[in-house]
Design a protein around this ligand. Structure first.
Ligand code: GLN
Length: 200
């Protein structure tokens, strides 16, 4: 932590790490890559990027960081997961690879690759009531859908009704990639309303 500003870790095992770092740079927020337990111990918050959740899952074991991640998430670490990151944070997963596990933290059921191969990727704008203002630009890339939000708060839905964003305490998970669409407001909101208050 630098003064009162948080140091945000970006889990850098696989996925769109650089895109998140670029958004944090644009917002003037300090960040560092997390691949080890020691690096995880230094950060005040964590972003789990998009990528391939089955690969990220395997790499958390290979890098021996899985148990520490679970401990810190359960201990209240502010976390933002995008796409595969949301999958990693779900307590329940459907459509996962054989043996695929999540870290958990969000009392939700997420379906992986829920838009099917016909609609692989698309860009759209969505309303996120907690953020307000103009609709959020977002890319959906082989994205998951939250099929059951459990006790989590729903913070983003598509016009067709699918749940694509949830928050539970300090954990936020979204199906899409604002960081791929040059959209900084989701990260700004998360740092201001979740990360910074958790530092007090
Ligand atoms: N389909 C990917 C997965 O299962 C997620 C895609 C993404 O993160 N853009 O992890």
């Amino acid at each position: 932590m630098a003064g009162n500003s948080p140091l945000v870790g970006v889990l850098a095992l696989q996925g769109d790490v650089r895109e998140h770092e670029r958004v944090l740079d644009e917002l003037g927020i300090e960040h560092s890559p997390v691949r080890t337990v020691d690096q995880l111990g230094e950060v005040n918050a964590l972003i789990i990027p998009g990528g391939e959740s089955g690969v990220i899952d395997k790499l958390t074991r290979i890098f021996d960081v899985r148990d520490a991640l679970i401990d810190r998430i359960q201990g209240g670490l502010p976390v933002l997961g995008t796409c595969a990151g949301l999958i990693m944070l779900a307590d329940r997963l459907t459509g996962g690879l054989v043996g695929q596990q999540t870290l958990g933290g969000l009392d939700v059921t997420v379906e992986r690759n829920a838009f099917g191969s016909q609609v692989d990727s698309f860009e759209t704008t969505i309303d996120m009531p907690p953020i307000g203002g103009a609709p959020i630009r977002s890319s959906f890339i082989r994205a998951p859908i939250v099929r059951d939000a459990g006790s989590a708060e729903i913070i983003a839905t598509l016009p067709s009704g699918e749940i694509v964003g949830v928050r539970q305490g300090n954990i936020v998970g979204i199906s899409f990639h604002p960081e791929v669409s040059n959209e900084v407001r989701v990260h700004e909101w998360w740092v201001r309303t979740v990360v910074t208050p958790a530092l007090q």
